[in-house]
Structures are given as structure tokens and as C-alpha cells.
Design a protein around this ligand. Structure first.
Ligand SMILES: [Zn+2]
Length: 196
């Protein structure tokens, strides 16, 4: 595969079949990593998707009202905020903490699976472009901001503490960021070329 160095622009021929890793002969930045990177993306992405289930369905908030303890899941929390007139904050929490991360995870798991298995999946180009869009808007930062906003917003409201769903959400976000850090679009191109 012929590729160009993203740091110094040197055009280099890389052996993607046998090499685990290739560096630029001029500036020694990494040009190519083995499929281990995409395998990590796949495994971390699937783990994060699995954690999104308890993050959405386990108690996110524990609310104390005069010694009575009640709890709400993330979706119920967004719903309660919507009813209480914090509709925009509720929607921000729901989308940034759950909907966008799940879309992103499904997309990178899909692309990473095709790459690791060496098969061309339908609509995979659209998935790669959609991931670019998420990366362009720095979505992982947005996910973190979403969690931060929910913390600040909820500490304001009555006697609340966080339930297990909240900690699942934090773990899911950490795995999501790790999965994204191993995602390498350039590797994806060369694996699909090899599969043809
Ligand atoms: Zn270089």
C-alpha cells in the first residue's frame, strides 16, 4: 500500500500484509499499525455497548424526600426534568450521555468488525463518514460535558445521590474513549483493499 506520512508528507510504500507496524523513514512517526488496534476498538466498543444497558436501566439517581428513598433511571431522570420545566437540560443529558454515545459505538463496532474480519460490510463507507463527523465535533468531549452538566444540574435539585447506573455510565464513557483512541481509519482502508 502506498501512503503518505501525515507529519512530513513523505510518500512511502508500506507492506501491510506482513508488517505489524511501519514508521516514516524521514521523521519516524507511525504510518501503519497492525490490526491489533482495530481489534481493541472492536472489543472495547462491544464492552462499552454492553455497559450502556445497565447505564440506561439501572438507577441513575437516588432521591431522598423526607426519609423516603426513590430512584430513577437515566431515561426517567430526563423525563422528570422535562416535566419539571428543564426540558432542554433533560434532552441534553439524554442525547449526550446515551443516544450519541450509543450511535458512535454501534458505528465503530460495525467498522472495526468489518476490518478485523476482513470483509466489506454494506454501507460501511457511510459509517466511516459518520464517525468522521462525530470526531469532527469532538463528540467524546461532548459526552463528558453531558455527564458534567448532569452532575451540576442534579446537585442543585433536592437531596440526590447517584445510583449504580451513573457509575456504569462513567465506565461506559471511559471504554468509549479508549475504543475511539484505537480506531484508525487508514488501517481500515488497507484491510478492505486486501480483502478484495
Ligand atoms: Zn514523516
Amino acid at each position: 500500500m502506498v501512503t503518505s506520512c501525515q507529519v512530513c508528507g513523505l510518500v512511502v510504500e508500506v507492506d501491510t500484509e506482513n508488517g505489524l507496524k511501519a514508521s516514516c523513514p524521514r521523521c519516524s512517526s507511525v504510518l501503519f499499525k497492525s490490526s491489533g488496534g482495530m481489534l481493541n476498538t472492536l472489543l472495547l466498543g462491544i464492552s462499552a455497548l454492553m455497559l450502556s444497558v445497565p447505564a440506561a436501566t439501572y438507577p441513575f439517581l437516588v432521591i431522598y424526600i423526607s426519609d423516603e428513598k426513590s430512584s430513577a433511571t437515566l431515561m426517567q431522570t430526563a423525563h422528570i426534568m422535562f416535566i419539571d420545566g428543564f426540558g432542554i437540560a433533560g434532552a441534553v443529558i439524554l442525547f449526550t450521555a446515551l443516544v450519541f454515545p450509543m450511535c458512535y459505538l454501534i458505528l465503530i463496532v460495525y467498522v472495526a468488525f468489518g476490518c478485523v474480519a476482513g470483509i466489506r460490510l454494506p454501507m460501511v463507507w457511510k459509517a466511516v463518514r459518520a464517525i468522521d463527523l462525530f470526531d469532527y465535533f469532538q463528540m467524546t468531549d461532548v459526552f463528558l460535558v453531558g455527564i458534567l452538566v448532569s452532575i451540576v444540574k442534579l446537585i442543585d435539585m433536592a437531596e440526590v445521590s447517584f445510583g449504580s447506573g451513573f457509575y456504569f455510565l462513567i465506565a461506559m464513557t471511559v471504554l468509549l474513549i479508549s475504543a475511539g483512541s484505537y480506531y484508525d481509519k487508514r488501517l481500515f482502508w488497507c484491510r478492505v483493499q486486501n480483502a478484495e
